[in-house]
Design a binder for this molecule. Structure first.
Ligand code: GAP
Length: 460
């Protein structure tokens, strides 16, 4: 049981049941590709972001944080290539009008169709395999020709004419804000090439078929770093960045055997090299993070379209050049899903099965739960309240006095709380509490006075 691979159904069910993730607009029947994070989900998401930020900004002296506006001057998306080339291949079932993402349908029948194939290449491949593909909704076999469908989401922000001739787009990727602020950061900080800019930001894509829970959504967040290097000084830094990003997942408890590298065999128009970190999701290995060697493409494009000189001047030699960029870009939703899947376990305890999220304590939504043994004994409740108050300024602590202690343990196990503290009758005499460890289920008696230090030691 412990080694069985978790199913997506179990993760979705736990996420809903315990307030991690809800379907977006659920009371209206839901909206495809949208999810809301509930109380525990928000804590987990914030902890992932905080660990990522510490690793990529606070623990480095040459990385700078940024939080750029989501809306950008519409020409930004022309310069970036998104208005012309950011598309997925779409075909529609002629019988029921269900839209298919052609490359994914081909993949289902074992035919490799890279995301970067041209419209014509995909149409030819799709036509050659039509007899093996059927509409997932009605089983129909008659489809419209493949066309490239642009994924950018248009808005009427700033348009008061009603014509919306120059639509403002929601960001198709979060990183563009970094390129737009490259000059600002060089001018206003002590940034010297090589240096990095880090940002967590929202992205929106009109995905043809959102799928697999948080894996492919229409609204998501990306955690990006862009590292600016001298032209041709990319190779060594690229290898180091790749290694650091892989190790970060392992340091937060993801099992090494559930991660792997995949090199892109067809590169996006801007990239010189691209590798994905893939995680073994319940649906198989798939991308959580892309690491891209983008050369001088981005800054050169924005120089051309904006007319602003974005060249960097070397302070020692006065040499001017357009830096090359090494990018890391990870989806927060995919990271969240990977951390949940990796931590999920079902274990036999006596005659029962316990579901436990063995997630890194650095990420767990609640760090400590405090219980009075019985909720109808005022002396236990007030002592437990004292313990709770003494901890909740330092840790995310939850109070629980519902049901018996066994039930409380199961509830905390399901949300991944590493330590449960119980105040019992002995506490009133010995001023000590029982601390129960989530993973080993072992219990220790700890003096109340020493409890904050004891817990701090566990989390450090
Ligand atoms: N700036 C580079 C960029 O956006 P990408 O490979 O398109 O590259 C980077 O996206 C990461 O964003 C992916 O590795 C994935 O984790 C996440 N991502 C992309 N599309 C997504 C979607 N529709 N839903 C959820 N996450 C997505």
């Amino acid at each position: 049981m412990e080694n069985e691979k978790v199913t997506m159904e179990k993760i979705v069910s736990l996420a809903k049941r315990r307030g991690f993730v809800y379907q977006g607009s659920e009371i209206y029947g839901g909206m495809a590709g949208m999810y809301d994070f509930g109380p525990y989900g928000t804590e987990l998401l914030n902890n992932i972001k905080s660990e990522w930020w510490k690793e990529n900004v606070h623990h480095r002296d040459n990385y700078f944080g940024l939080d750029s506006a989501m809306f950008k001057e519409p020409r930004v998306w022309e310069a970036s290539g998104h208005t012309s080339s950011f598309s997925d291949p779409l075909s529609e079932c002629k019988k029921c009008n269900t839209r298919l993402r052609v490359d994914k349908e081909l993949e289902k029948i074992g035919i490799k169709a890279d995301e970067k194939m041209t419209e014509d290449e995909l149409d030819a491949l799709f036509t050659a395999n039509r007899d093996k593909i059927k509409c997932p909704k009605c089983g129909g076999k008659d489809f419209t020709p493949v066309r490239a469908f642009n994924l950018l989401v248009k808005t009427n922000m700033g348009d008061f004419t009603g014509k919306n001739e120059q639509p403002a787009y929601l960001p198709g990727e979060a990183c563009q804000g970094i390129y737009l602020n490259f000059k600002n950061i060089v001018d206003t900080t002590r940034a010297k090439v090589p240096f990095g800019i880090a940002q967590i930001g929202k992205a929106f894509r009109n995905e043809i078929s959102p799928r697999n829970f948080l894996f492919r959504t229409r609204e998501f967040e990306q955690a990006d770093t862009q590292y600016f290097v001298r032209p041709n000084e990319n190779k060594e830094a690229y290898e180091k960045i790749k290694e650091d990003r892989f190790n970060w997942y392992v340091s937060l408890g993801i099992k090494k055997e559930n991660l792997r590298w995949k090199q892109h065999d067809r590169l996006a128009f801007y990239a010189k090299d691209a590798w994905d970190i893939e995680y073994d999701f319940p649906t198989g290995f798939d991308e959580i993070e892309g690491i891209h060697d983008r050369t001088d493409y981005d800054l050169t494009q924005h120089m051309k379209y904006s007319g602003t000189d974005l060249r960097y001047t070397d302070p020692q030699t006065s040499e001017k050049y357009v830096p090359w960029i090494l990018e890391t870009s990870a989806g927060l939703g995919r990271m969240f899903l990977a951390f949940m899947c990796d931590a999920y376990q079902e274990e036999k305890v006596g005659d029962e099965i316990r579901t436990v999220l063995k997630i890194s304590p650095r990420l767990s939504p609640v760090k400590v739960a405090v219980f009075p043994l019985l909720k109808n004994k005022p002396e236990l409740v007030s002592k437990a309240r004292e313990v709770y108050e003494s901890l909740n300024k330092q840790f995310r602590v939850e109070w629980d006095d519902n049901g018996n202690v066994g039930k409380r343990y199961r509830r905390q196990d399901e949300i991944g709380t590493p330590y449960c503290v119980t105040v019992d009758f002995d506490t009133l005499n010995d001023q000590a509490v029982t601390v129960r460890d989530r993973d080993t289920m072992k219990q220790e008696r700890i003096e109340i006075e020493k409890l904050p230090e004891y817990l701090k030691g566990k989390f450090s």
